[in-house]
Design a protein around this ligand. Structure first.
Ligand code: NAD
Length: 484
């Protein structure tokens, strides 16, 4: 089996990728009505492949990060893909069923239904931060909906890209799924291909470029982007408990998570208490950092420099920056970066303008809950919003008065792990949804079908229009519509 695109210099990258897409599309065209059994077989092979390669994938991600806690790769990448496969397998037959629909009186004698059809070939573009999950989770949805796929891995997770390539090569034919490894120039050509759908996971900035490229082919896109996901803590909520729950999530992947809490809104008089409690919690999870395999490093030197520059920018503009470095270690020569708490922020600071995506946490004091809501609504719609309050009524109010891709109440991040809910951003944090049934629908064409029976009402009510059947029909309808 071959499923790799080897990009040779002799042909342009675009031509080679285009030839690969044609190969997959032509296989799809020969068998466009992907059966339930084929879909299950693909999900099953992915399941088997993942179990076989899990250790190698964990090692590869660890190499790419220079240190990624293996528990994090298991918990946030391998297990959620397996869970997603199981969920899709369980519900697939039901989702694939054509659904009968209500037929309007105008179509008397006809039946209507919706047929869910595979789109064809899905292009999947993967970021570096969860290079397994964000490649394979869209693939699960694409396979369940009967599609084939090409996956462009991230150039910043090259070892993982190679293992994914080998794994999918071994368990799938080239016409089912292909892995494309390579840099930005490859990614850029990849998104110019006339896929039937593109799922792009990455930054808002690159999302704009991808959508522009897809527009040339009128290829629909699902954009899974980033943004600044706030956590709001209500005055009545125990600050230590909030800090504990937030510290667990923020420590994961050293904050390099699209749904990581980006900044915290706490009542003004609790900023210091939150900082203290967060520091204590974080230090309990990570008593040392430098050589601690549980604490993940920053993916590249460049990303680490970006984070340090943003901290300097905040300091220069008057912020207070506290480093949580429990064992007082030196991080020279490593890509580890300790957690930083930033207070006394102003909106012109880069930490308050750009997505943080690392171990930095600004804490902002608010006067009233209304002010906190206003603060969030004044900014780009985030990918996630977290609210800490035992009062359900106020929780509902936050749900209704703010926009975000998803919400956790008294919790952070775990909404991404629920297969029975759609996942996706809104506005600058993304468009479209996948996971579970929404993933199936996202990667299917819902085709409306009218089936006319032997009775052909048109033959009675058609032109010349001023006939008695037509007049009867119109009068009857208008009587029906007399009231709202
Ligand atoms: P990125 O946008 O730099 O890159 C993502 C992918 O796009 C990579 O595969 C890259 O090769 C490709 N790419 C780069 N330039 C391109 C171009 N000009 N044309 C086409 N493709 C191009 O993002 P990243 O740094 O890898 O990941 C971090 C970002 O991803 C953060 O903003 C984060 O919030 C977001 N993210 C979102 C989700 C989500 O599910 N919403 C999940 C993880 C990460």
């Amino acid at each position: 089996m071959t499923s790799t695109v080897t990009l040779e210099n002799s042909h342009s990258i675009y031509d080679q990728l285009s030839a690969s897409l044609s190969q997959i599309r032509s296989a799809y065209s020969k068998d466009p009505d992907t059966s339930y059994d084929t879909r299950i077989s693909r999900l099953k092979r992915l399941h088997t492949a993942l179990l076989e390669y899990k250790d190698r994938l964990i090692t590869a991600v660890n190499q790419d990060f220079s240190n990624r806690a293996s528990a994090e790769t298991m918990m946030a990448e391998i297990l959620p893909v397996l869970e997603g496969i199981r969920y899709n397998k369980k519900h697939l037959r039901k989702w694939m069923r054509q659904s009968t629909r209500h037929t309007p009186m105008m179509l008397l004698g006809a039946k209507t239904k919706v047929h869910y059809q595979p789109l064809g070939v899905i292009g999947i573009v993967v970021p570096w931060n969860f290079p397994i999950f964000l490649g394979l989770s869209p693939l699960v949805g694409a396979f369940a909906a009967g599609n084939r796929a090409m996956i462009k891995t991230s150039e910043f997770a090259p070892q993982t890209g190679l293992v994914l390539e080998e794994m999918l090569n071994k368990h799938f034919a080239a016409e089912e799924v292909m892995v494309v490894n390579g840099g930005v120039e490859v990614a850029s050509e990849f998104t110019r291909l006339a896929f039937d759908h593109i799922v792009f996971t990455g930054s808002t900035q690159v999302g704009r470029i991808v959508m522009r490229a897809a527009a040339e082919n009128l290829t629909p896109v699902t954009l899974e982007l980033g943004g600044k996901s706030p956590a709001i803590i209500h005055d009545s909520f125990p600050i230590e408990e909030a800090a504990k729950r937030i510290a667990f999530g923020k420590g994961l992947n050293a904050g390099q998570v699209c749904v990581s809490p980006d900044y915290i809104l706490v009542p003004k008089n609790k900023v210091a208490a939150f900082a203290r409690a967060f520091t204590e919690q974080f230090s309990t999870h990570y008593p040392t950092l430098r050589d601690n395999p549980d604490y993940t490093a920053i993916i590249t030197e460049r990303q680490r420099d970006r984070l340090l520059d943003n901290l300097n920018d905040a300091r220069e503009k008057g912020a207070t920056v506290e480093v949580i470095n429990p064992a007082n270690e030196n991080f020279d020569g490593t890509r580890k970066l300790p957690m930083h708490l930033v207070t006394e922020t102003t909106s012109d600071m880069r930490v308050m303008q750009e997505e943080i995506f690392g171990p930095i946490l600004p804490i902002i004091g608010y006067d009233s809950l209304e002010d906190a809501i206003h603060y969030v609504n004044d900014r780009d719609r985030p990918l996630a919003l977290y609210y800490f309050d035992w009062d359900n009524r106020r929780g509902e109010k936050i749900l209704r008065q703010t926009h975000s891709g998803g919400v956790c109440i008294n919790e952070v991040m775990t909404h991404t792990m629920v297969d029975d809910m759609p996942f996706g951003g809104v506005g600058p944090s993304g468009m479209g949804h996948y996971h579970g049934k929404e993933g199936f629908l996202n990667f299917s064409k819902a085709k409306g079908v009218v089936i006319k029976g032997k009775l052909d009402a048109n033959s009675l009510i058609g032109a010349p229009w001023n006939n008695k059947y037509f007049n009867f029909f119109v009068n009857f309808q208008l009587r029906r519509f007399k009231k709202f």
